[in-house]
Design a protein around this ligand. Structure first.
Ligand code: ZN
Length: 229
């Protein structure tokens, strides 16, 4: 029995095969990375590389889907690999026990990189490498009850967010599990479009679950951008 039958009816057989041949890197295995990687593995991605060096803490369980109480104290990549393999043993799952840093950027070599980090430093690192090597990536962020998504392919992250010097942290202002789930779903939805050659989102997407508003922001290439210019 074909486990992807319901999805295949909708996206197409050829497109399902394309997914099965795709290699995706997920940076960060917190709230976004956990659900994003689960959705990809269930959807039948060919290969996934999970990058993280954190251990699971009790306060993660409020929003980090892959983990439960008995996993507290374990490394996220280790638990994630085990659970994702139980979900779909056909997917090749590789793990990197490290944070992304300027010495290991070659782990980003793939068809697509998914940003599930919680900091701008990592995003600028991803951006520089991916622009140089022409690898598309998807920026995703969530804080409080708000989220952002940007497919970085025709523009670059620095073009849009190069002015950012400071940013808020979930640890100080809080986060709801509803917004992380929404952002992960939209991120994987765009990933499937990109990987199967369908039309993907060009605008910056902004979600606000407080006011239930959804906003599209036009973005454009920055003149003389330090990264892509
Ligand atoms: Zn740029």
């Amino acid at each position: 029995m074909n486990r992807y039958v319901r999805q295949e009816i909708f996206i197409g057989k050829k497109e399902q095969k394309k997914l099965g041949k795709s290699k995706v890197v997920v940076i960060g295995l917190g709230a976004l990375g956990g659900l994003t990687s689960e959705l990809l593995v269930r959807a039948g991605i060919g290969e996934i590389i999970l990058v993280d060096n954190d251990k699971i803490e009790i306060e993660n369980l409020q929003r980090q889907h892959l983990y439960n109480e008995k996993d507290v104290g374990e490394y996220k990549v280790k638990v994630a690999k085990k659970k994702l393999t139980e979900i779909n043993s056909k997917v090749k799952i590789n793990v990197v026990f490290n944070m992304l840093n300027k010495d290991n950027l070659s782990i980003l070599d793939s068809d697509l990189v998914l940003d599930c980090t919680d900091n701008f430093e990592a995003r600028f690192l991803i951006n520089e490498y991916c622009v140089l090597h022409k690898i598309p990536w998807i920026y995703a962020s969530a804080i409080r009850d708000k989220g952002n998504i940007l497919v970085v392919k025709d523009i670059c992250f620095n073009c849009v967010f190069g002015y950012r010097k400071t940013f808020e942290k979930c640890a100080s202002v809080g986060i709801l599990n509803t917004i992380t789930s929404l952002v992960s779903s939209v991120q994987v939805n765009e990933a499937i479009k990109l990987l199967t050659g369908k039309k993907y989102e060009k605008d910056l997407l902004r979600f606000d679950l407080g006011s239930n508003s959804f906003e599209r922001v036009k973005v454009s290439k920055k003149k003389n951008c330090e990264v892509c210019g």
